[in-house]
Design a protein around this ligand. Structure first.
Ligand SMILES: Cc1ncc(COP(=O)(O)O)c(C=O)c1O
Ligand SMILES: N[C@@H](CCOP(=O)(O)O)C(=O)O
Length: 462
């Protein structure tokens, strides 16, 4: 399998090269040159596999330059850290299927890809005797998942930018209480979008990137999206077994467009997805785009689902590449227009094609809190506020023709304030959070300034 950039000036990369490059050197995002198709016999056989076996089947189609035995070992070690034997179990409550993605070390769906990516980086660096300095931005969950993916690993330093005061207290503690010498937490005075823009700008300085062997843990990195494709197939297997359904719907809480883009890739591989429902919080550029073709940037608003407080959805560029039929020149122009004007316009034909792929809903703050409360009263099951946006959207947009799976992207204990407000209950804390407030913390508050972050990194890079 070869990889190419959305912007058309990088191509012919192997999987290993794509993983190490992170952001393409032409500023674009990497994609596989083709998407492998799965036939109905394979789909049937895959629906009986345990999670690590299924992950191997899917990832090996894209990671064709990693020997099978090595890949199996990486996958097995990555999912052995999950506390549920099924890794990502599906539960059924009140007519809704919930795909629980929060049984990893940091209690969010990010662990599914970042446990794997951490091990993959270590494996690739060891092969070549190289080192890496990871730079990443987080709105709350990627940060701790990436830190836990690489803490204490040889030859890797990690620098994570989070928006100061804009992540939940537990999310902040999950990052700042990891005091291993290879971990650097920077709270920036700004938003997640500022942090993500800084990361992309730093990667855009290719000489700096090469000098410091920079690595990407955000969904900028294709391996992140790839590992997230697996659980769509896994959920299909479980729900199909239960219902013999011909097709399936997914409802996905969305911010940076990575998770739902993984579902879109699963569909292109042949997974029989009928509806892909995108749930936005009040930062709703993506649902405005899908419903009205209005892709225009707004102010970031605080919501009960802070990890989705994002305006510039990174993976939108990957989808746009497909929407423009792989025309990299048109893609480059669109990205230039967007960076200049803060908006993009689409033809009626393009909008029609978007609406064939996705349904979308904006779920406001009040509806999010109400959904947590209502769902708890009906089912005794606690949703986290991100998951609640997806459950709400599924209730409004799900056709009822096929079962709908809602992606539970985080454990409610990470957002205890919203859960208390909605239910008056304290979410039960998983063992990993016990006494977290009492642990030592390490974090520096800095300006959201690329030059400041570059200087900080250069001084501490390995
Ligand atoms: C808990 C949670 N839910 C949903 C999302 C949205 O996922 P994505 O950014 O891949 O669209 C995020 C952030 O990425 C998150 O942390
Ligand atoms: N919600 C994310 C934002 C970063 O997204 P990523 O999937 O590109 O890493 C977070 O929790 O940090």
């Amino acid at each position: 399998m070869q990889y190419l950039s959305t912007r058309g000036r990088v191509n012919g990369l192997s999987f290993k090269q794509a993983v190490m490059m992170g952001l393409a050197d032409d500023g674009g995002l990497l994609l596989p040159a083709e998407i492998p198709r799965v036939n109905s016999g394979e789909l049937e056989a895959w629906s009986r596999l345990a999670y690590p076996e299924l992950a191997f089947q899917i990832i090996s189609r894209y990671a064709t330059d990693i020997p099978a035995a090595d890949l199996k070992d990486l996958i097995d070690r990555s999912y052995a850290t999950f506390t549920h034997p099924e890794v990502t179990p599906v539960v059924h409550r009140d007519g809704v299927y919930i795909l629980e993605l929060f049984h990893g070390p940091t209690l969010a769906f990010k662990d599914v890809a970042l446990q794997f990516l951490g091990n993959l980086f270590e494996y690739l660096l060891r092969q070549n005797g190289e080192k890496m300095n990871i730079i990443g931005a987080t709105s709350g969950d990627t940060g701790s998942a990436a830190i836990y993916g690489v803490r204490g690993k040889q030859n890797i330093n990690i620098f994570i930018l989070h928006p100061h005061g804009k992540v939940s207290p537990i999310q902040e503690l999950q990052m700042t209480t990891v005091t291993d010498p290879n971990v650097f937490n920077l709270a920036i005075r700004g938003t997640f979008d500022d942090g993500q823009a800084i990361v992309k700008e730093i990667f855009g300085d290719v000489a700096f990137k090469q000098r410091h062997s920079l690595g990407a843990v955000n969904s900028i990195n294709w391996a992140r999206v790839l590992a997230q494709v697996v659980y769509y197939f896994y959920a299909w297997g479980r729900v199909h077994k239960d219902t013999s359904c011909k097709k399936i719907n997914f409802s996905v809480p969305t911010g940076n467009f990575g998770d739902i883009f993984a579902g879109y890739i699963a569909k292109r591989m042949g997974l029989p997805i009928d509806q892909l429902i995108l749930a936005s919080n009040e930062n709703n550029i993506l649902s405005r785009f899908i419903n009205h073709g209005d892709y225009s940037i707004g102010e970031v608003r605080p919501t009960p689902s802070p990890s989705m407080d994002i305006q510039k959805a990174s993976n939108f560029e990957r989808y746009l590449y497909y929407l423009l039929d792989g025309d990299s020149r048109a893609l480059r122009k669109a990205m230039e227009d967007f960076n200049r004007d803060g908006k993009l316009e689409f033809s009626a034909e393009q909008l029609h094609s978007v609406q064939n792929e996705f349904a979308a809903l904006t779920v406001d703050n009040e509806q999010t809190i109400a959904t947590i409360g209502d769902f708890f009263r009906r089912t005794d099951y606690l949703l986290d506020p991100h998951t609640a946006t997806g459950v709400h959207a599924a209730g409004k947009l799900g056709s009822g023709r096929y079962p709908t799976v809602c992606l539970a992207t985080a454990h409610p204990a990470k957002f205890d304030q919203a859960v208390r407000e909605a239910t008056g209950r304290e979410p039960q804390r998983p063992a990993g959070l016990a006494g977290i407030e009492q642990r030592e913390q390490r974090c520096e508050i800095v300006d959201a300034d690329t030059a400041v972050i570059k200087a900080y990194l250069a001084e501490r890079a390995i």
